[in-house]
Design a protein. Structure first.
Length: 196
């Protein structure tokens, strides 16, 4: 049986996320993913190859059909989206309200994409916010819905109290709790932390 997934018009990282979801529901079947740009094609092919799937690509001029064959893959290789946080023990430290250095507007777009993607994978145990990163946990945050999704799935969301005070925004905290540097250092000392 061949299943088809139309990812044309979807922005990065949605083609990969949708492919991951579709593959998780298949057992020994093929999946055809339609994409409309070179970057999406490369990302889906890289993902499928990393999952030990067979991959073939047809198309040109920006329209591609990617056939992914999942036969013989153990179920553990493709982790279902949104796995409970209790099964993962990673910690993310968010140090600013935009992702990367350079254009602030682009950094905001990237941060929104990052948090959406984080909700679509194995969940960390904690997400800690310091410095301007605490601004992402406020009522008017462009990523608030994604952070609330993480919290609703059991991820512990904590913002630095000193940072909230510095920016004068403690009363606008909309998700998670308030913490201190001792708790942050203890969480980071586990050795399973990623800093953004």
């Amino acid at each position: 049986m061949n299943n088809q997934l139309d990812c044309r018009g979807l922005a990065c990282p949605l083609p990969v996320i949708e492919t991951k979801k579709a593959l998780a529901g298949l057992n020994g079947e093929a999946l055809t993913v339609l994409v409309d740009n070179q970057v999406a094609k490369e990302n889906v092919v890289k993902f499928a190859t990393a999952q030990q799937c067979g991959v073939s690509v047809e198309g040109q001029d920006g329209d591609f059909s990617i056939r992914i064959t999942k036969s013989g893959i153990p179920a553990a290789v493709i982790t279902p989206v949104g796995t409970a946080a209790s099964s993962v023990s990673g910690v993310w430290l968010i140090t600013q309200d935009s992702l990367g250095h350079g254009n602030k507007e682009l950094g905001s777009v990237l941060m929104k994409s990052f948090f959406y993607t984080l909700t679509e994978r194995e969940l960390p145990s904690k997400v800690l916010f310091i410095n301007s990163g605490v601004l992402l946990t406020l009522q008017d945050s462009p990523v608030l819905a994604h952070i609330e999704t993480l919290a609703g799935r059991g991820v512990e969301v904590l913002s630095c109290g000193t940072c909230l005070d510095y920016y004068g925004v403690k009363e606008r905290l909309a998700v998670g709790g308030i913490t201190n540097m001792y708790t942050i250092v203890e969480a980071l000392a586990t050795g399973r932390a990623v800093t953004l």
